[in-house]
Structure formats: C-alpha cells, structure tokens
Design a protein around this ligand. Structure first.
Ligand code: FES
Length: 552
C-alpha cells in the first residue's frame, strides 16, 4: 500500500482531535474515508441517504477503513428550482464540489465514497473527484417509486406536464391534485431519463461506480447491497491508489457521451461532463465529442423520449446493458473503478432485456438524438431530437418572436400572440442571465405543446431543457448567451432565424456589422447574495459553466 496521506500529516493536534472523536490507536493507521452525503430533510430525492450512509460506514469499518461522514449542500428542483431571481440548482453544483474540497482536502482524507442522487449531486461529486484526485467511488442513490391511479402508473413527469398543460387547456391524464397525491411513493430521484437518471448512467459509463448500479430503485435491497459493495471497494481502491484521473480519461468521456446519445438523455449532461473534464484537466472538448459520436442511435427510449419506464430500463440491464450494446463503438479499454477495463466488466454479460435495450443494428431511432449546432446565431447550441421518426421538423426558418422572460413568453402563448411559423426565442435564461440557468424554459415547451404549436413553431433559448423531449424543434443552451452579448440578445422581432439539423447550423439573417451596433439586454434579473457571486464568477458554456477552473 502507498503511504496514506492521512498519516503523512499525523501531527499531535490532529491525532488529539481524532482520538477525542473516538478513534482507537489502531484506527490511526487505517485509511480514512470520507462518506460524502449530499442530502438534507428538504427533498425526497435524497431522503433515504442518511440511512444509506450508516450502512456504508459500517461496511467501511468492516473492510478495515475509518469512515467520516461529511455533508454538503443538497440542491433539488423540488426546493430550489427556478424563481424570479435565478436558479440555485446549477449554482449548487459548484458549491458541492467546493464543499467537498473544503472538508475532504483540508482533512487530508485518503479516499471518498459519494452518495449521489438529485441532478446536480452527480456532477458535483465527479468534479470534486477530478479536482482532488484521491481514490473515489460513487454510489447511485436511485430513482423514486412511482404511484398509480386506477391501475395506471403515474409519475412526477405526468404531474409536471399535467399542471402546466392544464393552464393551456390540455386535459391532464388524471386530475392534477390526484396525481400530486400519487406520483411519488418513495425516496429517490425523479422517474424517467431526466437529468438525475441520465447522470447516474453517465457515472457508470465513466467507470466511477460499480458495474450494474445505474439505474436502481432507491432504498431497495439491491441499492443497499450496491452501497455496501461500493464501501468495500473504496477501501481496496485506497490500497491500490486507484485515482479518478486514472479513470476519467478521454475514452471514459467518449463512453459517457455515447451512453447519453443512446438513451437520448438530458442535455444537462453536456455541461456537466465538460465541467468534469475541466476539473480533470484532461483536455476533453465534450462539444467536439458530441460531433464525433453523432452516429450513435437511440437504442432505448426511456420516458420522456419514449414509453419505457425507468423500472423496465433497470430490469433490462440499465447502463451496463447499454454499454454492452455500444461495445463496438466505444473505448472498452477505459479503466474503471473496479480496477479493470470496461471490456473486462462487460465480458460474458448477457443483457436481460434485449427488447428494451435494442441492438445497434436494430435501433429505436437513428442518431443523433441530441446534436450541437453552430452558426452566426451561436458558437454552440444544443438541439434535442429524440426519436427521429419524421414527425418533428428538422429544418426551420422563420421570424423571431422574442421574449425577455419565460413568464412573458407563456403569457404570449396564452394570448395567442405566438403564431405558427414563428421562432419563439426566450432569452436571459443562461449562466449569467438566469443567473445559473434560471427561468422556466421547459415550461414553455409544455405550453407550446398544449397550445398545439409544438410542431409549427421552433423554440430557441439560452436556458436549459433537462431531459425534456416534446414534439417540436427545440434548441437550448445557446452560447454565447444574451447577457454576455451573444446574438440571441441582439435579435429583434421579425429577424429571420434558420435552423438546419442536417447542416448542424443555426443562423440569423442579420449582418454581423448590424448586430454589432445593437445593444443586448444585459442582465434583466436582479441577483444578490450567492447568485450575485455566481453571476460575477461563472465561466461561459464552453467550460460547462464552472465557477473556478483550476487554471484560474
Ligand atoms: Fe431531484 Fe428531480 S428534483 S431528481
């Protein structure tokens, strides 16, 4: 075993602190492991993790380590979603990474096991792992049990779409109040392939959790066994000195990108992967990787892209089965937290649900399900395509209908101001404009759908859209954003915007010289406190929106 860094700093005062905390003399020589618990009592996404942390600690002790539970901030869309002054959700991601640095690095612990659940906790944990570069493994916190009404499954996505659709005259699947009573029947992250389950699959594809762990039903016997297995493994990883930067190689990122494309996951994965790559200092350009892997088809259509429920996806093999299907297209030589290559982890694995996770030559939809557009309108922008069955326009040109906020846009849809043929532009929702991607761009999509405009308009925003995949042509995360002088901030009603999926382009038909003479909107939303600090310091989307890249 390499010399433990916790021992290298074994000063008398440090020893006194540990002895007073109850460590025995024998414990002093054991590997000291942080059990990073990103949870609170405020949201169901991680309501079970305190119990899991206890099991993990027991198992670490049994395996010869000494656990220290450390808490971090725990953002969740249920409690800290978009509001009038921005979003604490994305802003929370970087606090998680910083929280971990402050506690684990300062204490010079030897390794860490991160209990990861709601959207921003997996990327926060990955960023911290890459930054600290001490042996790290993630535990997938799992998805919540959906409920049912009259024998039909009802989940949180039904509830969200129902409550917005109702405002625009669409009839929800069941009364919204009834769905609110039945949609969530246990702890864990939102059902469906939204950001949390996408990021859980990304963690497995990167090799940062044990194989076969994503997705999993939260707090199930399987999830608890997974957590215990990870606890045993982290003690071994410390002994092996297996570090995140050994695992987070360019090949691992290629595998993660392919996985997101194969399940048409959340577009948030792009910025989270880029932010992790920045922390790992591995030179990976995730946007370029997206272009490189764009032939990867959709092989499993989990809700909201298709009708497969997350439970079915788990039973079919989940991320491990997707990686098995992708075997010929990805980097199976990538090292994983098992200490073996991905190829070894997949060797002999038989996919339990071949009808749910299709073969590459029998896909659910041709790739790409998500693509990067570039042009005179954006250096990069993300278009969601989902299942490309011909029902969604892929070429669109029309006059811009510009809105400074989601509320203004929603009102215009309700007032029938938005017309077929329009390119609906919702701006001021980016990293600085939001700030932290505040606003409710996703609600606009539900509104366009409910108003019957999803397929006859295009929607463009500098905000984010998570895993949503409704019927129309939707372009998000336009970079540069309005607040930093991007073209999206300078266009006016009536300017023509042209989108071409085939050409991977998005252009505005206004000469650059004229755009340069126009003023952008600047910052429309007030921001003080932490969101004000975030607005000041956040880097642009090409970095994944990190606050403090290591090169600073
Ligand atoms: Fe936490 Fe959806 S709000 S996963």
């Amino acid at each position: 075993m390499t010399k433990l860094r916790s021992l290298a700093a074994n000063t008398p005062s440090r020893r006194a602190n540990w002895r007073a905390l109850g460590l025995s003399k024998e414990d002093m020589d054991k590997p000291k492991i942080a059990v990073v618990n990103s949870s609170s009592e405020l949201a169901i996404c991680y309501a079970h993790l305190d119990g899991i942390a206890q099991q993990v600690k027991e198992e670490i002790r049994a395996a010869g380590g000494v656990p220290f539970e450390v808490r971090t901030v725990a953002p969740s869309d249920f409690i800290t979603g978009a509001n009038k002054t921005g979003s604490y959700i994305l802003a929370g991601r970087d606090i998680i990474a910083n929280d971990i640095e402050v506690q684990v690095e300062a204490a010079l612990l030897d390794g860490m096991i991160c209990l990861t659940s709601c959207d921003k906790t997996p990327p926060g944990h990955l960023m911290a792992a890459a930054r600290l570069n001490i042996p790290t493994i993630l535990v997938i916190g799992g998805y919540q049990q959906a409920g049912e009404i009259d024998g039909e499954p009802v989940d949180v996505e039904d509830l969200w779409s129902g409550q917005i659709g109702e405002r625009f005259g669409a009839k929800p699947k069941f009364p919204v109040a009834q769905m609110a009573e039945n949609a969530i029947m246990g702890p864990g992250v939102c059902a469906g392939m939204a950001t949390a389950n996408t990021m859980h699959s990304v963690v497995e594809a990167l090799g940062m959790c044990l194989p076969g762990h994503a997705p999993v039903r939260a707090n199930s016997p399987k999830m608890q066994a997974n957590a215990r297995a990870a606890a045993r493994r982290i003690v071994e990883m410390v002994a092996e000195d297996l570090k995140p930067r050994d695992i987070l190689t360019p090949g691992a990122f290629r595998n993660a990108v392919a996985t997101v494309l194969a399940v048409s996951g959340s577009i948030n994965a792009i910025k989270h992967l880029q932010a992790t790559a920045i922390e790992a200092e591995n030179g990976v350009d995730v946007f370029a990787l997206w272009d490189e892997m764009s032939d990867v088809p959709v092989i499993s259509a989990v809700r909201p892209t298709g009708e497969v429920r997350i439970e079915q996806f788990e039973d079919a093999g989940g991320a491990r089965a997707v990686l098995k299907r992708l075997e010929g297209r990805i980097d199976t030589g990538a090292l994983t937290c098992t200490g073996k290559m991905l190829a070894d982890n997949l060797d002999g694995y038989v996919i339990p649900g071949p009808d749910v996770i299709h073969a590459m030559d029998d896909p659910v939809g041709l790739g790409p399900s998500i693509a990067i557009l570039r042009g005179s309108f954006a250096e990069t922008a993300v278009v969601r395509l989902g299942i490309r069955d011909g029902s969604r326009p892929e070429e669109f040109s029309g006059p811009a209908r510009v809105f400074e906020s989601s509320a203004e846009c929603m009102q215009a849809i309700e007032d029938k101001v938005v017309q077929p043929g329009d390119v609906v532009v919702a701006r001021n929702q980016g990293l600085k404009g939001g700030p932290a991607m505040g606003g409710s761009a996703s609600a606009i999509l539900f509104a366009l759908d409910a108003a019957g405009l999803a397929k006859t308009t295009a929607f463009v925003t500098d905000g984010q859209l998570s895993g949503l995949c409704l019927k129309g042509l939707t372009v998000a995360e336009v970079h540069p954003e309005a607040a930093t002088g991007g073209p999206i901030g300078k266009i006016r009603d009536g300017d023509t915007i042209t989108i071409s999926v085939e050409n991977r382009s998005i252009d505005v038909e206004v000469p650059a010289a004229e755009l340069a003479t126009r003023n952008g909107p600047g910052w429309k939303t007030p921001a003080s406190g932490y969101l004000g600090t975030f607005r000041k310091d956040v880097r642009d989307m090409s970095t994944g929106g990190v606050l403090l890249p290591p090169s600073c």
